[in-house]
Design a protein around this ligand. Sequence first.
Ligand SMILES: Cc1ncc(COP(=O)(O)O)c(C=O)c1O
Length: 431
Amino acid sequence: MTDSDWVRRAHQVLPGGSLGSFALPSGEETVITRGSGASLYDTDGREYIDYLLGSGPMILGHAHPAVVAAVRAQLDSGSQFYAVNEAAVRLAETIVAATGWAEMLKFTSSGSEATFFALRLARAATGRSKILKFEGGYHGHHDYAMMSTTPSVPAAFPAAVPDSAGIPAVLQREVLIAPYNDLQRTLELLDTHRDELAAVIVEPGNRLIDPLPGFLEGLREATRRLGILLVFDEVVTGFRVAYGGATSIYRVVPDLTCFGKIIGGGFPLAAVVGPRELLEQANPRRRGPGYVYISGTLNGNPIAATAGLATLEELRRPGVYEGLQAAGDRLRGGLSELCAEMHLPVQTLGMASMLNLYFTASPIHDYRSARTENTAIKERLGRELLRRGVITNMSAKLYLSTAHTDALIDLTLERVAESLKCMADLRHNSW
Ligand SMILES: Cc1ncc(COP(=O)(O)O)c(C=O)c1O
């Protein structure tokens, strides 16, 4: 059976032959059978340099020996207990200690569940129901989060545009949308809706767009003053941009943080993290008025917790984050140079070991300015790279791991150069 047979089989039973919203370009699809280090292999044995990295969790690369060994050992001792278990306690302690400010956490199985429950905790704590999020911000797939993440026709602020069919219309009124990085406008909205808002949720570097100086600080000050909780979504940035996450870089402390991806070491695990006072609302021994239900069959699963612990242990080794930063800089720098040589306007956004390309010369500071980019170039580059054995999610971001050596990054850049050269047809039309 060839890889194209597998692609056909996938299309028979999985809508679009995909697992979620991500789908490889039609005609270039492939089915992955294994991963090792920075590489993925399809069912024909073809190798790809991997910049998906499982959508972020695989910061040590695929099948890292330390993670594999830890998981193997745990497998022999059982894979799911529902009861509190040693690995979960250890991981909770490790995460709480890494933040330097939180005291407790509740585990969930996905980042979406973490943001969903963080908002529930905020509603219970404040007695208010609305939340404010930023246009272009992605916080997972639940009905409150899937508002104005990628609106094709953005609405006037603060109206929310649902990103999916099937979301109850009534919830549109529960979510207010603000322009990211526009502190003045956001403060006005917070002030106007101060008695209705339970929380502001924000990814500190919203989809890799840096916060302007003073933006997060201004949000922190206003939310504290108005009694609105500030929720950081660090599902992507947690333990990726630094061991303490984006909070440790921007030095703004939220009321609650959501972690995911890396803390599960490639297994389903995420968490809502915060002070005792807020997390104790979800203490099952205190059921009654004010009790917040947060639970799930696999929450705190010992295999996932073990993988997370092994991953975080590796990340604590001296020099790891410096290496990841250098890898990110090498790729960002190389991409910028290649595009400059081709007179192709590009911006490489992103910090540390992640990046996103925006083919536009206009400065990007929010969702609307990001929409000035030429998506046709990006899509085509993704397709050309895939043909040359480099797998990416160009419309989201490229992730790097400790397994992305200089040699692999240079090989990637060679393939980018080849790809750009053969995109001459686009060149005549649109750049
Ligand atoms: C910033 C952010 N928050 C939340 C989520 C949702 O996490 P999950 O896909 O694990 O539900 C994602 C997923 O990519 C994300 O990027």
